[in-house]
Design a protein around this ligand. Structure first.
Ligand code: AMZ
Length: 405
């Protein structure tokens, strides 16, 4: 499945878009953190972040902003000003998953080789081209090296991913350079490709999906300005996960597990004893909620209880000071059932979710109707999500007896 990757370019702590990379044609859009949260809410799996000040100056400038986005617990690819192994390590240490190297691929080849030697899975080559020649230093300088030359060189040093941007199309909604992208995907099938630049409509995304469906190495499509200019919403172009290959208990080998999220305890969140007074105060409320459970909640509980899906769930579970509908300790999956009350508590809910996500929890939601009308599909979705979060050692849930259930 090709990921749709929303982009946040940053200048002076603000989310911006340039047109064709020109720093004098800048549109300001607001707080990068707000955009990141909105992309996450709309289902983004990864966010593309560029420090444009950093790309120009040769070292990351908007580090604090990046750190804040990293704390949201979403996969991040980041570039702009990474020119030394020390900077690279610093960027990885704050939780960035992939680092994008552009200028240094041309100007600091030794560093790039070292980076590929130690961190090949975490390096993405930023292949930003004008007339097929690589541009560097915030795209303000052009080199004589072609996209193919650079890919051929770096492939021998273990390059695993590249982002291809046709600078002439960036930020001007003329569609991606699919011809060139296809050529590169075909010529370098072992390197994963991400398309960037030119996306202005849902049709532009559809065109890439259709014309490049044969390339298994096409990993993603970056969308920037089109989202900021409301050409379409991210949630409209993110494909829902396919459930076709699901069996009720997927084998660990049939789906690639992601590394287990650290337990809340490991993240230093004290549950027992955090605020005994508060827990004691909330306990009757928990009981009350259980008594008032809706028909849908009860139906779902019948499916989740007693390890029926292979994982232990708790209901009306207290995490720190928040009560969640259903919680799987091992995978830290929260299932929320939305009812009328959620219409009135939207603001509180989003604060609560932000906090819970920051602890590494994954939240999925269903409406009462969804559960009552199609419990089978609801179950499949839960099993699907669980399968991606499995992989914890036996008995991880042990020791999590916080007295809160
Ligand atoms: O828009 C620009 N002028 C621009 C831009 N988007 N200049 C650089 N960049 C991005 C590249 C890549 O993701 O697309 O910065 C990153 C590379 O930075 P550096 O510092 O490694 O060249």
């Amino acid at each position: 499945m090709i990921k749709i990757i929303p982009a946040i370019d940053i200048i002076d702590g603000k989310a911006v878009r340039l047109t064709q990379g020109d720093y004098s044609r800048v549109d300001y859009y607001g707080d990068p953190l707000d955009f990141a949260k909105s992309w996450i809410d709309q289902g983004a799996e990864r966010i593309h972040i560029v420090d444009l000040d950093g790309a120009k100056q040769g070292f990351p400038v908007n580090f604090k902003t990046l750190e804040k986005i990293c704390s949201l617990n979403i996969e991040i690819e980041f570039g702009g000003g990474i020119r030394s192994i020390e900077t690279l390590k610093q960027i990885l240490s704050i939780g960035v998953n992939f680092t994008i190297l552009g200028t240094s691929a041309i100007k600091e080849p030794d560093f790039v080789r070292e980076a590929l030697y130690f961190y090949s899975e975490k390096i993405i080559l930023g292949l930003d081209a004008k007339n097929n020649k690589i541009a560097v230093q915030g795209w303000q300088e052009e080199s004589e090296i072609t996209t193919e030359d650079l890919l051929t060189q770096l492939k021998t040093f273990g390059l695993k991913r590249f982002i291809y941007t046709d600078i002439s199309r960036d930020g001007n909604f003329t569609g991606h350079n699919i011809e060139k992208l296809s050529e590169l995907c075909e010529k370098f099938p072992t390197i994963k490709a991400i398309a960037s630049g030119g996306i202005g409509s849902i049709q532009d995304i559809q065109n890439i999906r259709e014309k490049c469906s044969k390339f298994e190495n096409l990993e993603g499509i970056i969308c920037g300005k089109a989202l900021y200019e409301n050409k379409f919403k991210l949630e409209e172009v993110i494909e829902p996960p396919s459930l076709e290959h699901l069996s009720p208990t997927p084998s660990p080998n049939s789906l690639k597990p992601s590394p287990p999220p650290p337990l809340l305890k490991e993240r230093g969140v004290k549950i027992k004893g955090t605020d005994i007074f508060l827990i004691e105060k909330l306990k009757p409320f928990v009981k009350e909620l259980r008594k008032k459970a809706t028909q849908a909640e009860n139906l779902l509980w019948q499916e989740l209880r007693n390890n029926k899906l292979g994982f232990k769930f708790r209901r009306q579970h207290l995490i720190d000071k928040f009560i969640v509908d259903f919680f799987c300790v091992e995978t830290q999956l929260i299932i929320e059932v939305d009812g009328e009350i959620h219409e009135k508590t939207k603001e509180y809910d989003s604060l609560r979710e932000e906090f819970l996500r920051s602890l590494g929890c994954k939240i999925i939601r269903f409406s009462n109707e969804e559960i009552l009308n199609n419990i089978k599909e609801v179950k499949e979705k839960i099993v699907f999500t669980l399968s991606f979060r499995r992989g914890s050692p036996e008995g991880r849930g042990e020791g999590f007896k916080d007295g809160s259930t």
